[in-house]
Design a binder for this molecule. Structure first.
Ligand code: FAD
Length: 446
């Protein structure tokens, strides 16, 4: 196993369940100091919601040893030799390099944060939020504050970092080159509500603005934006998206797909005999378009790792594909999306319509009712559901799972509009906003 997090260690565990140590020796090499950790929990450790950091680690190397899985931390795989069937590994603690033979290889090298080449990027005080080490450093900074935090990028990780600093009393500015935040998954009429809610609690959002430079001599002091504005900054967090770590595989001659991630079939097999790949570094198939995609989501990494492990262990299982369902929150505002946006559907050659519905998370008269908006996308003519987006107060976002289930099962919007969903005033209106959005998009599609 190259890479010891969600994909790699899911694969290791599943392979071990099917093959005993006498049938299969399993060795995992992990560059960082941890295996099987939850990157998803990192922003919440930075915020101080979850302590200690070690609670984000599901299993230690000692726990894997009890399953007869050897997990070596601070070991980086430098090269894969497909002819010799070996990997070259550097022990980062001792600086020694050795080779390890393999019959079967599983590549779960994950993704890395995108770092633009602008001046000041390497100054102390400029951080990514990817590894547990990053989370530890950012938490120490948060604890030493408050001050001014500039978050560069308006994706999920950027917004979760913004919440962490805001929660601890920092002045937070999010700067994004996009027209809005979360613009890879939400349309601007939906994400505009996210910006409104952020600004309402005092987080400044600067859109359509690129960061030109990061200033400081010994430590970051400010961020220079195109257009001339200088934002004071005691810390800068980069949230500019991520890229699959596929160079190691590509250098070995393993095929990459059109997304730049490792190409795999539905059994997670790469182009090289006996070599599997799963997680953020590998492509998956979008169930609606049938096209290869490369999403960086823990849900997909765990599932594809499991499929790889079952097949490595002698099973025969196909991964059924993804919808890219994602969810997050920034303070009291919840956000989620699944499937295709209308523009994505049309780009994939599907004639699509959309409809939005606005309502409340609970019965309108319930004391905690908050506003919620749902956009649904369906195919013109058939009414087949293609995608949905949700923005709203507490209780809003998990409604996306109903849409994901409906899209997964090729349901029409009309069917969803009549589905027997649960109701009581603390949970929804008697017609949930899901019903109303589905009915509206069914009407638009017909
Ligand atoms: P990774 O978790 O990236 O693990 C790959 C591992 O391989 C790394 O530990 C790396 O050190 C190691 N590695 C790489 N190259 C080598 C090498 N040559 N030799 C040895 N080791 C190597 N997803 C969600 O679904 N929901 C969320 O709420 C969510 N929140 C997130 C929040 C943050 C801050 C981050 C960073 C990610 C979040 N994600 C979330 C994404 C999710 O964490 C990833 O999709 C998931 O961790 C991918 O698992 P993976 O095993 O494919 O890759």
């Amino acid at each position: 196993m190259v890479g010891g997090d969600a994909a790699g260690m899911s694969a290791a565990s599943q392979a071990r369940r099917r093959r005993s140590p006498s049938q299969l020796e399993i060795i995992a090499f992990e560059r960082s100091g941890w295996v099987s950790y939850s990157a998803c929990g990192e922003p919440y450790h930075v915020a101080g919601y979850i302590d200690p950091l070690e609670r984000l680690v599901a299993r230690t190397p000692a726990a894997f040893a009890e399953m007869a899985i050897e997990a070596h931390t601070r070991h980086e795989v430098r090269e894969i030799d497909l002819d010799a069937r070996t990997v070259t590994v550097e022990n980062l603690r001792e600086g020694q390099t050795s080779t390890t033979p393999f019959d079967i290889l599983m590549i779960g090298t994950g993704a890395t944060s995108f770092k633009p080449s602008i001046a000041g990027m390497d100054l102390p005080g400029v951080h990514e939020l990817r590894t547990l080490d990053d989370a530890k450093q950012l938490r120490a900074i948060v604890d030493a504050g408050p001050g001014n935090a500039v978050i560069v990028g308006g994706g999920y990780i950027g917004l979760e970092a913004a919440e962490a600093f805001h929660h601890r009393g920092w002045q937070v500015t999010v700067v994004t080159a996009g027209a809005s935040v979360l613009d890879r998954t939400l349309d601007t009429d939906m994400s505009g509500r996210v910006i409104e809610s952020m600004e309402a609690i005092g987080i400044r959002v600067v859109t359509e603005t690129k960061v030109r430079c990061i200033n400081g001599s010994e430590h970051v002091v400010s961020v220079g934006c195109e257009g001339g504005e200088i934002l004071p900054a005691d810390v800068v967090v980069l949230g500019l998206g991520s890229r699959p770590v596929a160079e190691l595989a590509a250098d070995a001659g393993i095929d990459l797909g059109p997304t730049g991630a490792i190409a795999v079939d539905d059994h997670q097999r790469t182009s090289a005999e006996g070599v599997f790949s799963a997680g953020d570094c590998a492509e998956t198939m979008h169930r609606v378009t049938g096209r290869p995609v490369n999403y960086h989501l823990g849900t997909i990494a765990n599932k594809t790792g499991r499929v790889a492990g079952i097949n490595i262990g002698g099973g025969d299982i196909a991964f059924p594909g993804v919808l890219g369902t994602a969810i997050t929150k920034i303070c009291q505002t919840e956000v989620a999306s699944t499937g295709l946006r209308r523009a994505e559907a049309e780009e994939a050659g599907i004639d699509a319509v959309e409809a939005t519905a606005t309502g409340t998370t609970t019965a309108g008269y319930w004391p905690d009712a908050t506003t919620m908006r749902i956009k649904a996308v369906a195919e013109r003519g058939t009414g087949r559901l293609l995608g949905a987006q949700v923005v709203g107060g507490p209780g809003a976002a998990k409604r996306i799972d109903v849409f994901a289930t409906a899209i997964w099962n090729d349901m029409s919007a009309r069917d969803l509009a009549w589905t027997d969903l649960a109701y009581a005033p603390p949970f929804s209106g008697v017609w949930d906003l899901i019903h109303i959005a589905a009915r509206k998009v069914a009407d638009a599609a017909s």
